[in-house]
Design a protein around this ligand. Sequence first.
Ligand code: ZN
Length: 260
Amino acid sequence: MRYAVLADVHANLEALEAVLGEVARCRVDRIIGLGDFVGYHANPNECLDLLRKSGMEAVAGNHDLVAVGRATADLFSRRARQAIDWTTGRVEPEHRQYLSALPEVAIVDGDFVICHGSLRSPHQYVTSAAQAIEVFHDLRDRYGSRRLCFFGQTHRPIVYRWDGMEAPVVEALRGNEVNLEASRWYAINPGSVGQSRDGDPRASFLVYDSAARQIRFHRVEYDYEACRRKVLAAGLVADRDRRSRIVRRVLQVLKSARLG
Ligand code: ZN
């Protein structure tokens, strides 16, 4: 089976359409969604329409849970909270029902495990080897023979690998292609479709070929300006505006320091 693994779409229709175009070229059998279909951008219903029509198998992300009242926005930034408040009032009843019923962890085809943040919580961030170890221990202790876990939430593509030693070694691998070894455990993040945070603004996803035991990462250009216009029209804050405001502020401070 060939799976396209998508995370953190965040209601970015332009990014999702570009990714689904590339997914079609990759000839996959199924789409796997790692949650956070909504939040930040302005097309939650359109994104859920497309993904659900594709027959996607999915877990819920923290933004999805907050949008349907399954969790609170206490840990959200001001911007994330503003976007999820906007989203909550707009998710159509049918999609609301869908998000309400999504599991937080799922085993796909008996072969691999999917979650949003970690196997313990969709709110957790796995950003270090030390945190990945917890995922590996959970995988080993609770999921039997499955040695592969896909997670999202950090919006950064990465591969953690573990050889199962008691003093475990976790490596962060980079590169487009990873061959999975049967004797090792893997925790893999495909990066984000709708809001990349690794410095590469393109949409990110991966294809997992279960027969070949191979992972391939993909990056896709999309029309960010179109997405941004809709975000601003909705009264929300656009990704790159936020960054450029911070950069402008830093430059101002540097300039005044030099003048001073
Ligand atoms: Zn997210």
